[in-house]
Design a protein around this ligand. Structure first.
Ligand SMILES: C[S@@+](CC[C@H](N)C(=O)[O-])C[C@H]1O[C@@H](n2cnc3c(N)ncnc32)[C@H](O)[C@@H]1O
Length: 228
């Protein structure tokens, strides 16, 4: 998939009751069919954000998509667990009408977040948004293949479409960029557990652990940048 080509996205209810977008044509969706909220909470929040465990965390997300990982992170901030500076890459934003039908904020029982969430998801700003509820948000309309910021993240939520759909996201060059984007000791988490992806991450310098996956998936991966 070279460009925005997620044909005919349709609302899809996953096994935990939460909603995502699915393309029949691609046989691909924005989240696991076994449970969108369960997957995001397990892979990115528990194994990523909470594993870092610092009072302030700098997050880089590859693939903002429907904003579910952003919201789950924001809710942790509103609960007083940490503050976050969140940078999200998204070259092909989801349309406002689709975000409205997904209704993530009501589904997560945070309806008061709807307006600030929709603003951040749909409005372009060169500078970061002012802090709200413990979170500063910055959205970059760029592809990860050109991302060159270094030592800026404690944790990377690597949430690309799967390798069969978008192999160009899972290359040595991309993981080398991700390695450099992390601070020493920082981690990259992904729902993907394929051996080839693990070996590519190792070739980029990561120490990679196989962890228990979210419901419906046996394993996931977490790569750590060397602490020195
Ligand atoms: C699996 S979805 C992300 C799901 C998202 N994290 C969520 O919570 O809804 C993958 C996302 O990667 C984005 N994407 C596609 N190509 C990309 C690229 N070259 N660089 C960064 N993101 C890309 C897609 O537009 C899509 O939104």
């Amino acid at each position: 998939m070279e460009n925005r080509s997620f044909p005919d996205p349709k609302l899809f209810r996953t096994a935990d009751g939460s909603l995502t977008l699915r393309s029949e044509q691609l046989d691909e969706q924005y989240h696991s069919v076994h449970g969108a909220v369960q997957e995001s909470t397990h892979v990115f929040i528990r194994m990523g954000l909470e594993h870092v465990g610092k009072p302030h965390v700098d997050v880089l997300e590859v693939g903002l998509g429907t904003g579910l990982n952003l919201l789950l992170t924001w809710i942790r901030c509103l609960e007083g667990k940490c503050t976050v500076h969140y940078t999200a890459l998204e070259p092909f934003p989801v349309e406002r009408a689709q975000l409205e039908t997904l209704g993530h904020c009501s589904e997560l029982a945070w309806p008061g977040l709807h307006e600030p969430f929709m603003e951040r998801m749909t409005v372009h700003r060169d500078d970061p948004w002012e802090p709200l509820g413990g979170l500063v948000f910055r959205k970059l309309p760029v592809q990860v293949q050109g991302f060159a910021e270094e030592a800026m993240a404690d944790v990377i939520y690597f949430d690309a479409f799967g390798p069969p759909t978008q192999p160009e996201m899972w290359t040595l060059d991309v993981f080398q960029r991700m390695y450099k984007a992390l601070r020493p000791g920082g981690v990259l988490v992904t729902y993907c557990a394929k051996g080839e992806v693990r070996r590519t991450m190792q070739a980029a310098g990561f120490t990679v652990g196989r962890l228990p996956g979210p419901p419906g998936k046996r394993e996931m991966l977490r790569g750590t940048r060397s602490p020195n």
